[in-house]
Design a protein around this ligand. Structure first.
Ligand SMILES: [Zn+2]
Length: 242
């Protein structure tokens, strides 16, 4: 998988998923394989572990996000990967939100995952505890990230607590003024839905990732395709680059 770099076939993913020792091997070999793969191994494994959805893959995922910086990948996709673990892992994901050992973008992603799984009473209580517990800059930044998410509850008490928070601590991204809070409260917040993680491994998505990272492939129409399918480029992925 590491050797195939960006383009990984679905059957290979399924084969890895069927192996019980996969999460362990991924964590053990992470750095070495990520170097070989031009950085794609790490990103692919986050999705793969999400698809596996078991205790071992959850623990591996936690370790990877705690010890590595996935930059914008964490903010955009991690919430969906965590949400895929489902209700059974609700308390485990809540622990990530509360654990100051994780970066705030990871904790924000975990919070978003909980909202997708089940925005229940437990999550309301957790939100209140987070706001009450702010005692440093990092916690303040986290609450600022979470305020727009918390508004989706439409809970009067949480709204008042957020208002108090902005008054007391001043503003930070993405809440700069307290009137913005009012706007968020009024607004019909769009609810995020879980994504199908297999979409990450679709040809269309992998070609899109190729395009934004490497530009259009500079190969002839009759050359073997960049995805490694063995077919000619003109009969394979060229359509995704048009
Ligand atoms: Zn191709």
């Amino acid at each position: 998988m590491a050797k195939s770099k960006l383009f990984v076939r679905e059957d290979l993913i399924r084969e890895i998923m069927s192996r019980e020792d996969a999460p362990l091997v991924i964590v053990e070999k992470f750095e070495e394989y990520d170097d070989i793969s031009d950085g794609w191994f790490g990103i692919h494994t986050l999705f793969l572990l999400g698809l596996m959805k078991n205790r071992a893959s959850f623990e591996a995922l936690k370790k990877l996000i705690k010890e590595n910086d996935f930059e914008e990948w964490t903010t955009e996709e991690l919430c969906h990967i965590l949400a895929n673990f489902g209700e059974e892992f609700f308390d485990d994901i809540a622990e990530i939100v509360m654990d100051r050992g994780y970066g705030i973008w990871n904790r924000d992603a975990a919070y978003r995952a909980l909202l997708m799984i089940n925005p229940n009473r437990k999550l309301k209580e957790l939100s209140k505890n987070l706001i009450r517990g702010v005692d440093n800059e990092e916690e303040k930044e986290l609450i600022c990230l979470l305020i727009p998410r918390m508004m989706t509850f439409h809970d009067e008490e949480i709204y008042m607590m957020c208002k108090e928070f902005v008054k007391k601590h001043g503003s930070c991204y993405p809440v700069f003024h307290d009137y913005e809070l009012g706007e968020m409260w009024e607004e019909e917040e769009e609810i995020e839905n879980k994504k199908n993680l297999w979409e990450h491994f679709s040809k269309q998505n992998l070609c899109y990732l190729y395009k934004i990272n490497y530009g259009k492939p500079k190969i002839g129409r009759n050359d073997p395709c960049i995805c490694g399918s063995g077919r000619k480029y003109k009969n394979c992925c060229w359509k995704y680059f048009m």
